[in-house]
Design a protein around this ligand. Structure first.
Ligand SMILES: *[C@@H]1O[C@H](CO)[C@@H](O)[C@H](O)[C@H]1NC(C)=O
Ligand SMILES: *[C@@H]1O[C@H](CO)[C@@H](O)[C@H](O)[C@H]1NC(C)=O
Ligand SMILES: *[C@@H]1O[C@H](CO)[C@@H](O)[C@H](O)[C@H]1NC(C)=O
Ligand SMILES: *[C@@H]1O[C@H](CO)[C@@H](O)[C@H](O)[C@H]1NC(C)=O
Ligand SMILES: *[C@@H]1O[C@H](CO)[C@@H](O)[C@H](O)[C@H]1NC(C)=O
Ligand SMILES: *[C@@H]1O[C@H](CO)[C@@H](O)[C@H](O)[C@H]1NC(C)=O
Length: 925
């Protein structure tokens, strides 16, 4: 997230030396820019491979991330493609990268400071293992978080060690290869630096260290100036050791007069190293899952949470119809869901979550659901919803079908916290909610209403026989590029007129109103209007079912300012949506200081009474440069008060840092206005999740994975700016793993109180499992509260770092013509054995490069025998073998007839042949 943050620092950066390896800095080399360069490059390669495998051409219209995603998903299906999830994934990675500078500033290993090479490498290797395990379990969010952190550590090596001073320009491969040793490390008693009184010297490394190519890194002391004798310092104001002899420092974080060449080399090596690490992950994950991890998949996800108690058979039948309809009508389009999620709940059981990318599997699963049991007792609705919120990708549309109040209403705060952190939208289809009369109707539907509103979703109350007409809303939202133009709600209705801007890019514009006893009039920019009573009017069609009005605007709509006049004295909600690739994502962020200052995403509600900072990324049809953002503001959902305008501090490549000085007191959403330069038309968009400020602040971060069967403890702290006193603490996790935490904390206004949470995943937890932990702190009166949502990954410690090894057998390529253009009709082939030695065994073998046919002996197995044959036109073969924990081994062979670099894998017969060829004896081979 930080990249923009970056921006705020621009003024500072321009006045001082330019920065790098700092978390942020506009137009400079930063952790964000290095990470972004590497990720975009790897995404481009994977996209090319995936698109070309379908026989299509990969042709992005430009270099923006938006156009890359368009070209990646575009050619195989028609429809609009939104890059929002890709941007959100990138921001998650950048945010974790930045956290390493805030929460782990004093951990030398995380920054390769103080010669902690083995420890630093261990973090990288363990992280790579965790990422592979998370991807296998399809826990992409956890994978992204770990990736962000270990890329930071890997990149820091090149700035904080003397690798580039030693003359190396390429990455140090051994940092991502646990089977290779870290050699020639300077030991504790070896002096490494000359004294540098001025604090800035060209290359203060001692000449014998340079000659002997000994690896060292700078010591960093945030609290102390003590370092071992003769050792280099990191350098800089916050490093106290830099004033102890030998003074100065060797970090290349910033580019300045003395270190330009070293700095530039370090940036280049760090970028290359990031690419190598990403390539290893990509090979282990496969292109499709690698891209899914980065949010590149069709964006529609179909997610149903369904009550299966006795009275629900009509509802289940209708849900089934909708699923079949979506699967059958959207197949082959961008609107085809990329994933299906189904969570049944009953009483007292709920789950398990069924999650699949296979539409036929989804059809089978939903066909299996039957209504039975649970009568007369309210159901475990929120437990089911909790699983869906934690299992579905962020920003999903989740539909809940039920006809009864929730029994597990104590989960409500957890659900609201999950809604806010995932930004998913939850809508409820409530049929015959009134069947249980024990409580008043309103008190049993209120919690559903609160959750739906908080998420920007709707409460649809219909009779069971009306359900078929109400579920069109699911088809509307099951689309790849859904955007919200306007969203408002009123608790006490009165006559009111809402204006909104419809731009040229919007398609399938739909207005939803939920409420009773109302009339409305819709008016277009030309003054033409349509009343609620006209089902088919000038402007569109109006469908009324239960408490829901759905207005579909005609395709030839007029662009410009529209008006909706609503006349009622009852509560209601109004939402205007459409499909467009012009959209935005946002996060509330907070600034941190220190040696490497930056911004990180807030995990709960923003603070009351303080300016709020937002990091916003905008996406347009031709990337961010095709949009002109004019206004970003916070708009209250329940009132017509003017929006709180944000001040845009800076813009870099579509990322915008915004400060809002006076944040609204009630629930608000983020609104954005601007001009689309492609169509020269003005647009507006709104976010859907409601946010409110809080006087309470919770700090909690988890920065490593957890082992099955082991206790894991991490600190959290809580502060309030309201009245102090006893605050109740509650923590829950979605897997019901045992936890220990204090049930309350005593707070003094303005001071953080600290404690620890301990969680113990059972020893049988499969590696790659993720756990979502929500932590909640509430004042005794219940008025002040806040939450934090944390993701933990459970990863088995692995000891198998053995990469599968390839041994080439016979290569038969002698009949390939010497002139490539004559290659048609000729074949070459080879055999090879891959062994995993003492490793866990080979599980997967695949052809990564080459157009030939690969066959291999059965898997999994400790040894694999393979044969490959290909046309002589396809001159390179690269075969990837993965063991069970994701160690990557490769067989590479090239028949490119030159002494050039791709010939690395030339086997003996070919080399012989080439020699003979030079001796004009080629006909012999
Ligand atoms: C959106 O509109 C287009 C044409 O305007 C139509 O073909 C398509 O079916 C609509 N999509 C949905 C989900 O209604
Ligand atoms: C939290 O854990 C740390 C490290 O184990 C310990 O030093 C600290 O005293 C604990 N804090 C509390 C409040 O128990
Ligand atoms: C590969 O393995 C097979 C049997 O496991 C063996 O016969 C063959 O010689 C091996 N080939 C190489 C090149 O090691
Ligand atoms: C396998 O392990 C044994 C004993 O631990 C060791 O002697 C042998 O060299 C190892 N083999 C390989 C291929 O690593
Ligand atoms: C080579 O590939 C063809 C298909 O392209 C296959 O029919 C043939 O059996 C293969 N030959 C060998 C030796 O693997
Ligand atoms: C495989 O074929 C495609 C086109 O059919 C070509 O672009 C590509 O370079 C070939 N790959 C190799 C390794 O020969």
């Amino acid at each position: 997230m930080m990249s923009t943050l970056v921006i705020a620092l621009m003024a500072l950066a321009m006045s001082g030396p330019t920065a790098a390896f700092v978390p942020i800095g506009s137009g400079l080399s930063t952790h964000v820019s290095i990470t972004e360069t590497a990720l975009l490059e790897k995404v481009r390669e994977s996209c090319r491979a995936v698109v070309e495998a379908t026989g299509q051409e990969f042709k992005p219209t430009g270099n923006s991330a938006d156009e890359l995603v368009q070209a990646c998903l575009g050619p195989t299906a028609k429809g609009q493609v939104s890059a929002a999830k890709f941007h959100a994934a990138l921001q998650e990675i950048y945010n974790q990268n930045g956290l390493v500078d805030r929460d782990l500033a004093s951990s030398a290993a995380h920054h390769f400071n103080s010669e902690e090479f083995l420890q630093g490498r261990r973090l990288i290797i363990q992280g790579m293992v965790a990422i592979k395990a998370s991807i296998r379990a399809e826990n992409f969010h956890a994978a992204r978080e770990t990736l962000g952190r270990i890329l930071h550590t890997l990149q820091d090596f090149y700035s904080h060690s003397n690798w580039v001073e030693l003359g190396f320009t390429e990455p140090y491969m051994n940092l991502i290869r646990p089977d290779l040793p870290l050699d020639n490390l300077a030991d504790l008693n070896t002096a490494t630096c000359k004294d540098c009184g001025t604090g800035s010297c060209r290359n203060p490394i001692l000449s014998n260290i340079l000659q002997e190519k000994k690896l060292t890194s700078g010591y960093m002391g945030i609290l102390t100036d003590v370092k071992p004798k003769g050792k280099c310092s990191h350098g800089g104001d916050s490093d106290l050791t830099s004033s102890s002899v030998p003074r100065g420092g060797i970090n290349k974080d910033r580019r300045n007069q003395d270190n330009m060449v070293l700095h530039d080399t370090a940036v280049k090596a760090a970028t290359e190293a990031s690419l190598q690490l990403l390539q290893d992950i990509r090979l282990a994950a496969g292109d499709n899952d690698f891209l899914r991890m980065l949010g590149i998949a069709r964006s529609a996800v179909l997610c149903f949470v369904i009550d299966t108690t006795g009275s629900m058979s009509d509802d289940i039948n209708q849900a089934r119809e909708v699923v079949y309809e979506i699967i059958d009508t959207k197949k082959g389009t961008q609107d085809e869901p990329s994933e299906y999620i189904l969570v049944p709940f009953n009483d007292p059981e709920f789950g398990p979550m069924i999650r699949t990318t296979d539409p036929d599997k989804m059809k089978q699963e939903i066909a299996k659901l039957t209504a039975a049991g649970g009568d007369d007792i309210p159901e475990m609705c929120l437990s089911g919803l909790q699983i869906a919120l934690t299992g579905a990708p962020a920003s999903s549309q989740i539909y809940v079908f039920t006809d009864a109040p929730a029994k597990d209403i104590n989960l409500k705060d957890t659900i609201i916290a999950l809604i806010q952190s995932t930004k998913s939208t939850v809508s409820f289809f409530l049929t015959a909610v009134f069947r249980r009369r024990r409580r008043s109707v309103s008190s049993s539907t209120d919690p559903y209403k609160e959750m739906a509103l908080a998420s920007g979703g709707q409460i649809i109350q219909v009779a069971k026989n009306q359900l078929p007409q109400a579920t069109d809303i699911i088809l509307d939202t099951s689309t790849s590029a859904l955007v919200t133009v306007l969203q408002q709600a009123r608790n006490n209705g009165k006559p009111e007129t809402f204006s909104f801007m419809l731009d040229e890019s919007l398609q399938n514009i739909t207005i939803y109103i939920t409420g009773t006893s109302m009339t409305f009039t819709l008016t277009n920019p030309a003054g033409l209007s349509q009343k609620d009573s006209e089902a088919n009017g000038n402007l569109g069609t109006i469908q009324t079912v239960g408490n829901l009005r759905r207005i579909r605007i005609n395709a030839d709509k007029q662009t410009g300012t529209w008006q909706m006049n609503i006349n009622t004295n009852q509560p209601y909600t109004l939402k205007v949506t459409g499909q467009s690739t012009i959209t935005f994502i946002y996060n509330f962020v907070e600034r941190f200081e220190g040696a490497h200052p930056g911004y990180v995403v807030l995990t709960g509600r923003p603070q009351t009474g303080r300016p709020a900072n937002l990091l916003v990324s905008v996406m347009g049809r031709k990337g961010p440069s095709s949009l002109n953002v004019k206004e970003i503001s916070l708009v209250q959902v329940f009132s017509s008060e003017p929006a709180a305008e944000g001040i845009i501090s800076e813009i870099s490549n579509g990322d915008i840092l915004v400060t809002v000085d006076t944040v609204p007191v009630g629930e608000f959403v983020v609104a954005l206005k601007g001009t689309d330069q492609v169509s020269n038309s003005e647009f507006q968009r709104q976010s859907t999740t409601q946010v409110a400020v809080s006087k309470v602040n919770i700090k909690a971060v988890v920065v490593s994975s957890v082992e099955p069967g082991k206790q894991f403890s991490f600190p959290f702290s809580v502060m309030t700016e309201g009245p102090g006193g006893q605050f109740s603490i509650s923590a829950r996790n979605d897997r019901n793993f045992p936890m220990l935490f204090p049930s309350s904390l005593m707070l003094t206004t303005g001071q953080y109180s600290k404690d620890n949470i301990t969680i113990t995943p059972p020893a049988t937890t499969p590696s790659g499992t993720d756990v979502t932990l929500t932590l909640d702190a509430k004042s005794a009166t219940g008025v002040d509260s806040n939450f934090a949502v944390l993701k933990l990954s459970v990863v088995t410690k692995i000891t198998d770092f053995v990469q599968p090894v390839c041994k080439m057998g016979t290569v038969m390529a002698s009949n390939c013509p010497k002139v490539l253009s004559n290659c048609k009709g000729f074949q070459w082939q080879f055999t090879a054995n891959i062994t995993d030695g003492n490793g866990t065994g080979i599980e997967r073998v695949s052809l990564f490069q080459g157009n030939g046919t690969l066959s291999f002996s059965s898997l999994p197995a400790p040894d694999v025998y393979l044969s490959y044959n290909a046309s002589c036109c396809s001159q390179i073969a690269e075969i990837v073998a993965l063991d069970i924990v994701g160690n990557v081994g490769k067989c590479y062979h090239s028949i490119v007839p030159s002494g050039g670099s791709p010939a690395l894998g030339l086997s003996l017969p070919i080399m012989l042949c080439l020699c003979l060829h030079w001796m004009q004896l080629w006909m012999l081979c």
